[in-house]
Design a protein around this ligand. Structure first.
Ligand SMILES: [Mg+2]
Length: 267
């Protein structure tokens, strides 16, 4: 490991990215379980956070369970929860038009947010793998008529086996091209996500480390705060990308296995 490694001493909670960090696609990294064990044995905690708003908490709990990682539901955080909490606080009683998958819409419904596909107060854009021309046209129509627009996560692409598929940020770019209105994003790296994690965990910023494989989401979410960022080189970031980036992680590790070894040695 490189960087401000001693900062890990104060860390009580690891917020872990998923794809590229603990697994790749459907393949759990061989060192992940040992790392999670080391976190617990050192008296620390972990939770998972994903920007992927095409799925919800239940789907991720199931995926982890299939890999032999059984966690309590509150340890599984999805960007869906960040935007829903904010909207309930800041736009109470307002109606939403959600461009999203059935599971994202279900999360809004369960949270008690009123949905409307006739006269919404705001439009929510998610990573909608069931996107249709009708949905995007309606969203643009509502925005042109004055509805606010929010994006659940800013990612332009989502890695899948064999390449990439367009994510929420690309759908928002299409909406912006048509309406001229850009949206405010939630998920990593937005400050909303950090505020959500601080609020939910009850830990101070110094007691939290975010761990992930992407500079512009996982690492950037901690920029300018006391939260420690740990970049793992097991996913999409190469040494060249790291050298050329303005976003600098506090710590660089080959993978989470290396963090586990450090915790076992240093307590
Ligand atoms: Mg990742």
């Amino acid at each position: 490991m490189r960087g401000l490694v001693e900062r890990l001493q104060k860390v009580k909670l690891f917020v872990l990215d998923m794809d590229g960090t603990i697994y790749l696609g459907d393949r759990l990294f061989p060192y992940t379980k040992s790392f999670l064990g080391a976190v617990e044995e050192s008296g620390r905690e972990y939770c998972f956070f994903t920007n992927n708003s095409s799925k919800n908490r239940g789907a991720y709990l199931e995926k982890l369970c299939k890999m032999g990682i059984i966690i309590s539901p509150e340890k599984m955080l999805v960007s869906n929860q960040v935007i829903i909490k904010w909207l309930k606080e800041k736009r109470p009683g307002r109606r939403a038009y959600v461009v999203g998958t059935a599971s994202l819409i279900e999360d809004f419904r369960l949270a008690g947010i009123k949905l409307s596909d006739a006269a919404p107060d705001y439009v929510v854009l998610g990573f909608d793998t069931s996107l249709t021309y009708e949905k995007i046209s309606k969203a643009c129509h509502f925005i042109r008529n004055g509805a606010e627009v929010f994006g659940v996560n800013p990612d332009l692409n989502c890695p899948v086996e064999g390449g990439f598929i367009p994510d929420c940020g690309s759908i928002a770019a299409l909406v912006k091209a048509s309406t001229g209105v850009g949206c405010e994003f939630f998920g990593k790296p937005s400050r909303h996500t950090l505020d959500y994690i601080l609020g939910q965990s009850g830990h101070s910023a110094q007691e939290i480390a975010v761990v992930g494989d992407r500079l512009y989401t996982d690492v950037a979410v901690a920029a300018g705060t006391q939260v420690t960022s740990v970049l793992v080189m097991s996913g999409e970031t190469t040494e060249e990308m790291l050298a050329g980036s303005d976003i600098k992680p506090d710590i660089i590790a080959e993978n989470v296995g290396e963090i586990g070894e450090y915790l076992r040695k240093n307590g």
